[in-house]
Design a protein around this ligand. Structure first.
Ligand code: AMP
Ligand code: ZN
Length: 481
């Protein structure tokens, strides 16, 4: 079955057909974090949505090049660097590292490439030069370089295709220098911002004098470099439609003369307790705030994945409690299947593998219903309904004693395939502390070195910490005693 997705460009649900004639390779660009603070739970909704898109494509057999940039120079960052009196790299490095840690805690697959804006100044400059050569960018009296919307439209190009703009209301020739602006002030936007004293030492030499790139050109330069002039999918939160994505299209198509992106996907916003997240309302949560309250990454991931990506989602702490209960139902069922098969819990951090589903006796219903739900513009409610009906049915069969080891293995394999998209793992797989995993690895290393005395000592140490280690043909497995 074909995957259908809502394309903001056409404002309709369309069949996803990759640009690659073989249909195999897919290029996906997700606008990444602006590393000026810890990412909040709203940001995470969008990044988990990006992970869902990527995993769905991989589930369907595509080879995905997933690019997520790191915005490590823009207006907000420069302001904070000035306030905190740190260096740019020191400041952004801290939040970039935190972002990667959080990405892992939410079990998002690491993007294939994560380019930093500051490492693409050369590409940014040559893209701006191309725009000047093509007559759609110009240097203004303030020394900055701007994109000319009028010249761009004069070449027969359309500006404002994602968001219908009324050009009669826009004043031609006006300029906007800040990275973020509202559609009422749609105007020529900055590509290269001439150095000003407030920038401190954050500037690069350029053909137009010292300065720094605008935010929008960063994404155009990095996506064109890694994915080529035209690629399949571009994704972000709905607030990025204007001006960020609109400007990305103008810059990229203005420079290459080719269609930039085939499908634009936008995730709806997350509200907290029915309101916009704000520090003053006390409803502002970073992922770390929630972990500190005792919730787990998988509970948060589960909750973020319960709503359809195009619907506003109301995040509540009560919802997180509900996530705990829902996951416990899945864990219990999967645990019972493992018992029937007689294999202890896997020692890996999460069941992120994509095992082949056995031909005979596989619970094709779960897989078929799950896959059909995803194909329907990522209909996640229908996907979860398929999962929980399968849990109910499987529990019933277990209670009736009508599930043998081979049936259980098929059921488990189907669940693991489903979980290759959901990425929630199971409790037994997720909760092995890093310290225990490190001990298990040390024991394997000791055995390899034929240091059996040390291997036995580590086994005892693990036992004292409440973990049994068992050697299986597939390698050592950890089990909570
Ligand atoms: P930023 O780090 O500010 O560039 O934002 C990273 C991503 O989070 C972007 O794709 C934004 O559209 C998205 N985003 C920001 N706030 C929210 C929110 N409340 N709900 C969902 N996505 C959001
Ligand atoms: Zn971007």
């Amino acid at each position: 079955m074909a995957l259908k997705l809502f394309n903001t460009l056409s404002r309709s649900v369309q069949e996803f057909i990759p640009l690659d004639p073989s249909g195999k390779n897919v290029g996906l660009y997700c606008c990444g974090p602006t590393v000026y603070d810890f990412a909040h739970i709203g940001n995470w909704r969008t990044f988990v949505f990006g992970d869902l898109v990527r995993r769905t494509l991989e589930f369907k057999g595509h080879a995905v090049t997933h690019v997520m940039n790191i915005t490590d120079v823009e207006d907000k960052i420069i302001k904070r660097v000035r306030e905190t009196k740190t260096s740019l790299r020191e400041f952004t490095g801290k939040y970039e590292a935190a972002f990667l840690e959080d990405l892992d805690r939410l079990n998002c697959r690491k993007p294939t490439v994560m380019p930093r804006a500051t490492e693409h100044i050369k590409e940014i400059i040559s893209l701006i030069e191309k725009l000047i050569q093509r007559g759609v960018a110009y240097q203004a009296a303030d020394g900055s370089v701007y994109f000319s919307i009028e010249k761009y439209r004069g070449c027969g190009c359309a500006y404002g295709r994602l968001l219908k703009l009324n050009f009669d209301e826009l004043r031609a020739g006006e300029r906007v220098k800040s990275d973020e602006y509202a559609k009422e002030s749609a105007a020529d936007f900055a590509l290269w911002k001439a150095r000003v004293p407030e920038d401190g030492d954050i500037f690069w030499p350029g053909p137009w004098g010292e300065g720094r790139p605008g935010w929008h050109i960063e994404c155009s330069a990095m996506s064109l470099k890694v994915l080529g002039d035209s690629f399949d999918l571009h994704l972000g939160g709905e607030d990025l439609i204007f001006p960020h994505h609109e400007d990305e299209i103008a810059q990229s198509e203005g420079a290459t003369g080719k269609p930039f992106v085939k499908y634009w996907l936008h995730g709806a916003f997350l509200l907290v307790e029915g309101k916009k997240m704000s520090k003053s309302l006390g409803n502002f949560f970073t992922l770390r705030d929630l972990l500190a309250k005792g919730f787990t990454g998988r509970e948060i991931r589960y909750l973020l994945l319960t709503a359809h990506y195009r619907e506003t989602f109301n995040f509540t702490l009560e919802g997180l409690q509900g996530a705990h209960t829902a996951l416990a139902r899945i864990d219990e069922c999967v645990g019972k299947l493992r018992e029937i098969i007689g294999t202890p819990a896997s020692g890996t951090a999460q069941s992120d593998s994509q095992p082949a589903v056995p031909e005979a006796g596989a619970p094709t219903d779960l897989l078929a219903r799950f896959a059909a739900a995803l194909d329907d513009d990522l209909n996640i409610s229908a996907a979860w309904a398929a999962v929980f009906e399968w849990v109910r049915e499987t529990n019933k069969r277990i209670a009736e004693n009508s599930l043998n080891a081979s049936d259980a293995a098929s059921a488990l394999a189907a669940w693991e395939k489903v979980d290759s998209v959901l990425g929630i793992g199971t409790k037994s797989g997720t909760e092995i502390p890093a310290e225990i995993l490190a001990l298990a690895e040390a024991r394997t290393a000791a055995k390899k070195a034929k240091d059996f005395k040390r291997a036995d000592a580590i086994r005892d140490e693990l036992k004292a910490k409440g973990w049994a280690i068992e050697d299986t043909p597939k390698g050592p497995k950890l089990k909570k005693i």
